[in-house]
Design a binder for this molecule. Structure first.
Ligand code: SAH
Length: 253
């Protein structure tokens, strides 16, 4: 893929999701940040105040990004069709997610985009960051390696760093790897699979008193690392359905 085509693909398939943003000025600054890096797509999950004059003032001319911004009530809606969801975190809370540097995250995002996936970077609220429920929906975390004793960047500055790395990844024009994979599984399909997996593990009495939460975190991490496509997901769900059927037979249902 040549650089212009690649830049166009990134433009179409990459979105920045700002969740529960308190200050409309930060939304404007984030719009400016992504626009300067040749990007456009902004999604806003339940912003406290939007539209707002402060957003337009700080967008400094990137009003087209604000006007095209998509507002949703919750994160699942904002990322439903995404196959790769990367959560930006100022600190890590012992979450069972792979943690990437911005450079690695940008390279992975670009790989996913060239494979035809929709990709999202998700940013949290200014005070509280991403909630645990939001983190759970992410497939990996990206952490800007800031000073650990003062690690939290301003929201729009964090957006700027990630957008810059995306631009650098595009400009470095790495040749896309050939792929014979099926359509990547979306967030909705992956969450459906994880629910099916959890219920199957209960049906086959896998846990035996051990923590279901811990094992599910590990399994999520394992399957997310594999970046499953739709064909692979169908095979896995077929196996789960058969395991459930055998468990029913064994119970004599
Ligand atoms: N007090 C919050 C910080 C919120 S800053 C906390 O400790 O989580 C607002 C958002 O900016 C964060 O949710 C995150 O998405 C992003 N951000 C800030 N600093 C970052 C960093 N060092 N690495 C990655 N993202 C960061």
């Amino acid at each position: 893929m040549n650089q212009a085509v690649l830049a166009d693909e990134v433009l179409r398939k990459l979105r920045f999701v700002l969740s529960h943003t308190s200050h409309p000025g930060n939304i404007g600054s984030a719009a400016r940040a992504i626009r300067t890096m040749g990007l456009r797509r902004l999604s806003l999950v339940s912003p406290e105040q939007f539209p707002h004059i402060d957003a337009h003032v700080l967008a400094a001319g990137a009003d087209d990004v604000l006007e095209a911004a998509i507002c949703t009530n919750d994160l699942p809606e904002a990322i439903a069709d995404c196959s790769l969801v990367i959560g930006a975190t100022a600190r890590l809370r012992g979450v069972a997610l792979e943690e990437w540097s911005p450079r690695v995250a940008a390279a992975r995002a670009l790989d996913a985009i060239t494979a035809g996936c929709e990709v999202a970077f998700v940013f949290g609220n200014e005070r509280s960051g991403l909630s645990n429920d939001e983190i759970k929906l992410c497939h990996a975390a990206v952490h800007i390696p800031s000073d650990p004793s003062y690690s939290s960047l301003n929201l729009s500055q964090a957006v700027q760093v990630i957008a810059y790395e995306m631009r650098m990844a595009v400009l470095s024009d790495a040749p896309a790897r050939p792929s014979n994979r099926d359509i990547p599984a979306s967030s909705v399909e992956l969450e459906g699979f994880f629910e099916h997996l959890a219920s199957t593990l209960r049906d086959i009495d896998f846990h035996k008193g051990r923590s279901e939460r811990t094992i599910m975190q590990r399994l999520r991490r394992l399957f997310l690392r594999a970046s499953l496509d739709q064909r692979e997901l169908r095979v896995l769900r077929g196996i789960l359905a058969d395991a459930q059927r055998m468990a029913r037979l064994a119970r004599g249902d």
